[in-house]
Design a binder for this molecule. Sequence first.
Ligand code: PRT
Ligand code: ZN
Length: 297
Amino acid sequence: MNDTRDRLRIAVQKSGRLSEASLALLRDAGLAFRTSRDRLFLYGENMPVDVLLVRDDDIPGLLVEGSCELGIVGRNVLDEQRLAGADAPTAATIQPLGFGACRLALAVPDGGAIATIADLDGSRIATSYPALLAGWLRAQGLRADIVVLTGSVEIAPRLGKADAICDLVSSGATLAANQLHELATILHSEAVLARSPHALGAVPTQLIERLCARIAGALSGAGARLLMLQAPRSALAAITQLLPGRERPSVVGLDGYPDDIAVQALCRTTPDWQQLEELKRLGARSVMVLNVERMLA
Ligand code: PRT
Ligand code: ZN
């Protein structure tokens, strides 16, 4: 909402992994929209808030240039552009949104020459996230050639273009299918609500506050599910990684079974079948997904 506009704009991914959940969240927050004919714009019908549908990579830039006041984007995209932009003004995170969970991980070929993080020294690493990777390598005191690829990073080692990759992972199936395994996690990511670095007047600031309060309310209640399961204690770390929850899961011991635990986690959306199957694969038993009727944060 700059000087010439009297409506707030939120940038959302047009078509991709974050699109559906982003729009569902805005609807849960009470916004109703009419779609423009070109399907690039959703006009807010009950609040002066419109949605711009764009590629996720464009969202940090739209916030920085002030074309949009808010955006929903993966922390991975936001952090990469922040690091790549050095001292330029950057979009600030308002709050994590509990969906789009993934991690930026370093992975290497199964049975290859690289077995430890130290072995990465002097290697070639393919990635779409050069700034995040460079920062991590610096922090580890490692030197490596960063090969920047925009897609199909996982096949770079087989093509002889790189010795390792640094890419997003959620279930790990893509790595396994390409005979790669994880060596280190560089960043834990999920979708976040971000705002433009520009100072705004009193009216847009109040509108943003109202919208953020509604989003927080939507996140804490509607659509929430309680995931309950039992599992071997040794699988806890892997299971926690998979949970789509925002809160830390509750973990309790099982009387008479010292190696087992019961886990309860609050999830914003219903875990899908693939996630449930993955949990089972990790050793989870008695997996239950329950509706949450009411919740007070
Ligand atoms: O067209 P546009 O530029 O908008 O979309 P995009 O293709 O760049 O992004 P998209 O839709 O693939 O992802 C949008 C955001 O979703 C990312 O920036 C992340 O924040 C988040 N996200 C969550 C993921 C994943 N999970 C994910 N698994 N983004 C990508 N992947 C890819 C990953 O790159 C790899 O190829 O999925 C594959 C691995 O998945 P698994 O389940 O096999 O591990
Ligand atoms: Zn993208």
